[in-house]
Design a protein around this ligand. Sequence first.
Ligand code: NAD
Length: 327
Amino acid sequence: MGKDEKRSVIITGAAGQIGAELSFALAERYGADKIVVSDIRDDTEGRLEGAGRFVKLDVLSKDEFSAAVRRNNVDVIYHLAALLSAVAEGNPQKAWKINMEGLVNALEVARENRCSLFVPSSIGAFGPDTPLDDTPQDTIMRPYSMYGVTKVSGELLCDYYNRKFGVDTRGVRFPGIISNVTLPGGGTTDYAVEIFYRAILEGRYTCYLKPDTSLDMMYMPDAIKAAIEVMEADPAGLHHRNAFNVTAMHFTPEMLAAEIRKHIPGFRMEYKIDPVRQAIADSWPNFMNDSCARKEWGWAPEYNLESMTADMLEVLGKRAAEGGLEI
Ligand code: NAD
């Protein structure tokens, strides 16, 4: 599909950290009348108002999913509904059900209705046997976490549906996403968001990862750019259709604290390690190689650690000054 062609889009899990911002970006690009925002939650407190038509949808109900797509003549599905890494580790059976059965439903609905399908994978798809420095696009993937197991399985399934049924499946492996609209939903990289709120509200933060834990990260505007650009890319150039490594920066908690101190000199960082999230983080890349995404569809992030930190503090600082900052 060409860039200028109008698309009808449904977003699942639209009330989450990524969906709540991606929905508005898609509405701006294709027109809010072309967007259906859906989530199992309907207590979105007006957060999705103006982004499109809201449909309450449990992705485990294939009939409801299919009906929402047919009724709205959808041709592109952004399937974001999932349980994130830390939540998934707390309830692995439920995570398998939502992440895998939900994905199978999305793939089947896409196949039956000839939709393109975006499915985000994650740095969580890697494991301790993966080369953790400069992690290649194609490498060993033996994750230990249930989240990772569902992400690798999902990548394979998306490739399968493309080869077997010709479904236009595409996706990226997102790193930790840093944002300031909707709080993260229980992942291992949530500290990199919470730290900004606590720095502004309290001048201190207790981090659950060790000071030298390096992880890939990305600011939300770049995550949205990746999700839109990979879907609009010329398919002829795509060798890896699914699960492109994409990154924008990598840092450790102590590096992020030092960057925040440039703006808030008295900021104090303490550490109380959560063994579950530390073990997950230790099994994920220190930094990824995203040259395939750069070559195949022109991926280029705009924000680095310095510009992301400055922007986060400015946006949240303004909100705090107006008395509207809560965590
Ligand atoms: P989130 O937890 O903030 O939001 C997920 C949304 O899915 C929630 O609003 C939830 O209500 C909804 N949901 C849960 N079960 C559902 C169901 N059965 N039916 C319909 N909706 C349901 O997650 P997010 O951070 O926005 O992540 C979106 C996607 O991106 C996920 O696939 C996640 O694995 C992936 N991802 C996120 C990050 C990150 O740092 N946020 C990093 C890598 C990959």
